[in-house]
Ligand binder design. Structure first.
Ligand code: UTP
Length: 472
């Protein structure tokens, strides 16, 4: 058990003794709680990060030569490649059917931009039934059993702040029909928020201002929580990683899994052709022969705008945070107990206590948040596959409360994709003057995981403008 004297000695060594400034005002339990929080901080790590990431901001360490990473096309034209894709799809299906593939959703974070009260995964998102993000993914995984015959266990990364609410949400909804023993919750790690002067902030007299440690924290959290051991017991080979904010994601994609297995890859990624040179997506590059994601803010503008002789963007492949990991790779990364990916800094507004004990509600960013990004594991992989996917098919995240990447844009994108799938299967849909679907259509993953799953299952009737259609 942590004692006051021990904590004070540690804090003095690291110039953070203000954390105990209000300790005398706390009841015994609150005091003990604060001492335990202090004990959980890695001060040596903070001492290394504060000069470079808090008191100054690290200049992007760009290599001299950056070239675009090779990307496999979404649909190859070459017959040999088409045959290879067909083989990969078979192999992926076999792996899913054999129970060798797990799903991993990162559902922690702060969700500051969306501002939704509750775990982001409990946000209702679908156009007709208003299903939540978690329900959409649960149905996707149930559908994997239905379509491919395999059991896909689901690992859900929460944040320390939304862990209890997420578990409660699943229990209340009876796990959306999934066997409870196939759903594994684990919380990501946390980092203290720091003032611009490098001092750790207090959220309250007995509470440090904590931040989740970024989606890159998932690698260590999988190890520490026992999730990796659970995967080993289940003989999982491939882990399909996605973000909680994108209801269009194909949670487990047989082609992607198959290509990853055929290549003997350790980590793979899906890529989108960027909409414009400066779109805020990480760029897939090759650095020293290793696939690497360079953040949009770090890629020099002349490179971002560079074109090929045919006029297309040279660095066109953007990262959308859909990955595959081999279990062996995650085990290797965490062999020492944790995986230290580089930290990135972000400025944020963090309500906190002033040294006088007065509460501060900042209207400007006052704190530095330190987080790890999962794509930084990519260059550590021996072999990688980067597969292009289509934006309309697989990417429409809900990040903001209004405007771009909001619920409104995501609803449109869901309806547009469902309409395309229905028309592909022979249904005639009304369109408005702008050519957009004029009926609200929603397809449960239980009805179709991809467009071709609907072929032969739809009566080619005409539905009327303004009607709703839901398929399960
Ligand atoms: P974002 O980068 O959109 O961050 O996360 P966020 O915390 O959800 O939202 P903002 O930036 O505060 O508005 C991308 C994905 O990574 C997960 C999120 O749940 C989302 O699925 N994530 C992010 C975590 O699981 N943990 C984190 O620490 C950060």
């Amino acid at each position: 058990m942590a004692t006051y004297q021990d904590a004070l000695a540690v804090l003095r060594r690291h110039g953070q003794e203000h954390l105990l400034g209000f300790c005398g005002e706390l009841p015994a339990q609150g005091r003990q709680g604060l001492l335990e929080q202090i004990q959980s901080i890695d001060f040596d790590q903070l001492d290394r990060l504060i000069p470079t990431h808090v008191l100054s901001s690290p200049a992007p360490q760009l290599p001299r030569e950056i070239v675009p990473a090779p990307v496999l096309p979404a649909a190859p034209r070459d017959p040999a490649a088409q045959a290879a894709y067909a083989q990969a799809r078979r192999r992926g299906r076999e792996a899913i059917a054999a129970g060798r593939v797990a799903a991993l959703v990162v559902a922690g974070g702060d969700g500051t931009r969306l501002g939704f009260a509750g775990p982001k995964g409990s946000l209702p998102v679908t156009p007709v039934r208003r299903k939540t993000l978690f329900q959409v993914f649960a149905e996707g995984l149930l559908a994997c059993r239905r379509f491919y015959g395999g059991n896909v266990p689901w690992y859900i990364m929460t944040s320390p702040a939304n862990d209890a609410a997420t578990r409660e949400f699943f229990a209340r909804n009876k796990f959306f029909g999934l066997p409870a023993e196939d759903v594994f919750f684990f919380a990501q790690g946390r980092m203290p928020a720091l003032g611009r002067d490098g001092k750790i902030l207090l959220a309250d007299k007995g509470l440090i201002a904590w931040n989740p440690d970024g989606h890159g924290g998932s690698v260590t959290a999988l190890r520490r929580s026992g999730a990796l051991d659970d995967m080993a017991r289940r003989q999982i080979e491939v882990i399909s990683y996605f973000q909680v904010d994108n209801p269009l994601v194909h949670c487990v994609d047989p082609l992607f899994v198959g290509l990853h297995l055929e290549a003997g890859a350790e980590m793979s990624a899906k890529a989108l052709p960027k909409r414009d040179p400066l779109e805020k997506l990480g760029n897939f590059c090759l650095v020293d022969g290793k696939a690497t994601v360079i953040e949009y803010s770090d890629l020099p503008e002349e490179l971002a705008r560079a074109t090929r002789p045919d006029g297309t963007l040279k660095f066109s492949a953007g990262s959308i945070a859909i990955h595959l990991f081999s279990r062996g790779f995650l085990e290797k990364l965490t062999a020492g107990g944790e995986c230290r990916l580089p930290f990135h800094r972000a400025l944020k507004k963090a309500p906190c206590l002033a040294p006088t004990g007065v509460r501060i509600q900042p209207d400007q960013p006052n704190a530095v948040k330190l987080e790890m990004f999962v794509f930084d594991a990519l260059p550590l992989a021996k072999e990688t596959v980067i597969l292009e996917t289509l934006r309309d098919e697989e990417f429409s995240p809900v990040k903001n409360s209004t405007g771009e990447d909001s619920l409104a844009t995501c609803l449109h994108d869901q309806v547009r994709r469902a309409a395309r799938w229905l028309e592909n299967a022979g249904l005639r849909l009304p369109r408005d003057a702008a050519g957009q679907p004029a009926a609200a259509v929603e397809i449960s993953p239980l009805a179709a995981l991809e467009a071709d799953d609907l072929i032969g299952k739809i009566h080619p009737e005409r539905i009327q403008a303004g009607q709703e259609l839901y398929l399960e």
